[in-house]
Design a protein. Structure first.
Length: 362
């Protein structure tokens, strides 16, 4: 079974998230870069490469760097192909755009492998049953205590018991804690804003709000030693990893004893192949795998299957707390009582809706 064709398709789906202007005034659509892989036997797999504001660059890497090397290769030799392509493309950078592109191809190949076996991916990876996975609401950035409080209350009313903010000021975190009450877990993702000293000062201020974790408080995000010092010096649990690429950066992060929660992103880390390596390293280090998954394409489905296949408890699905105009996968992307059901069809379990692909094609 050979790789016969590799195509990309970009879709942009409008969304709302309960605010006007502010941090996301220039971001009005959810952008998804799909990777479609077809084999000479007729099987088709779908992947997703991280794109957001770099869609054209990632598509270019897929079409001009990755596809020429992958066409004609054995579609079943996923691990071998992942290693070979990473090695042959390392001249152009081990991380970033190159790995985003390889992630999309890798997810599509795993979709094909599970379809060839006529199994849902999580069963191919060793899982069983048809699990329901707990989720947390990942709020967008409001920079307004009243809007934060209103959105937190909405999420709690929808059944979420874990809520993550994307805020950097105490007023918004305080408002969220008061709105959530004491029995809802609260996390704060700061997106790498501070120096180590600024991070120490702010972490001590935020600690009083009983944070379940503080996420990526320091720039640059790969300064694992500084994160480890912050974790040890404040007693606040740390989470990081959405910006890590390949298992090697996670290896270094675990060696530094920097985090309590590891957040590999299947569309950025190197796909399912690298995600599995990261999960094994995290288990050995005693770190909880908490995937980064604010996606609505094949990357979201892949994350559901990866978490369902794991035998260790504790992980949750991240779900951006926004309202999409349309969904590639119907109600699969909608939480029920704060959780998600893993699709049980072959491969990723569901094909992208062709009408949505056509209507929202970018």
């Amino acid at each position: 079974m050979k790789v016969a064709r590799i195509d990309t398709q970009s879709v942009k789906v409008p969304f709302t998230f309960g605010a006007k202007g502010g941090e996301y005034r220039g971001w009005t659509t959810n952008n998804i870069l799909l990777v479609r892989v077809e084999t000479d036997s007729g099987l088709v797999g779908w992947g997703e490469a991280f794109c957001y504001g770099c869609t054209d660059a990632v598509r270019g890497a897929l079409q001009h760097m990755v596809a020429p090397l992958a066409l004609g290769r054995d579609a079943a030799d996923i691990a071998g192909l992942s290693y070979d392509l990473q090695q042959r493309l390392h001249l152009f950078g081990r991380y970033g755009i190159t790995i985003f592109a390889l992630s999309g191809l890798d997810i599509a190949l795993w979709d094909i492998a599970a379809k060839a076996a006529n199994l849902p991916l999580y069963r191919l990876l060793g899982g069983s049953g048809n699990p329901k996975l707990p989720a947390y609401a990942s709020l967008l950035k409001y920079r307004d205590p009243e809007r934060v409080a209103a959105r937190v209350k909405l999420a709690v009313g929808e059944g979420y018991r874990h809520i993550k903010l994307h805020e950097t000021e105490e007023a918004e975190v305080k408002a969220a804690r008061l709105a959530a009450g004491d029995d809802v877990a609260l996390m704060v993702d700061t997106n790498c804003p501070w120096t180590p000293e600024q991070a120490r000062h702010m972490t001590l201020k935020l600690r009083r709000y009983d944070l379940h974790w503080l996420e990526e408080p320091i720039f640059p995000p790969e300064d694992f030693t500084a994160i480890a010092r912050l974790r040890a010096g404040t007693g606040v649990a740390m989470a990081a990893g959405e910006n890590n690429c390949t298992s090697f950066q996670f290896r270094d992060m675990f060696a530094a004893d920097a985090v309590d929660y590891a957040q590999p992103s299947v569309t950025k880390v190197g796909g399912i192949t690298e995600f599995l390596k990261v999960a094994a390293l995290a288990d050995a280090a005693g770190v909880t795998v908490m995937p980064h998954s604010p996606y609505f394409g094949p990357g979201f489905l892949a994350t559901l299957h990866l978490l369902a296949a794991r035998g260790t408890p504790g992980g949750m699905i991240e779900r951006y707390h926004l309202e999409l105009e349309a969904s590639l996968y119907g109600d699969l992307v909608k939480p029920v009582a704060g959780g998600f059901v893993v699709p049980d069809g072959p491969g990723l379990g569901c094909e992208p809706d062709p009408a949505v692909l056509k209507t929202y094609a970018a």
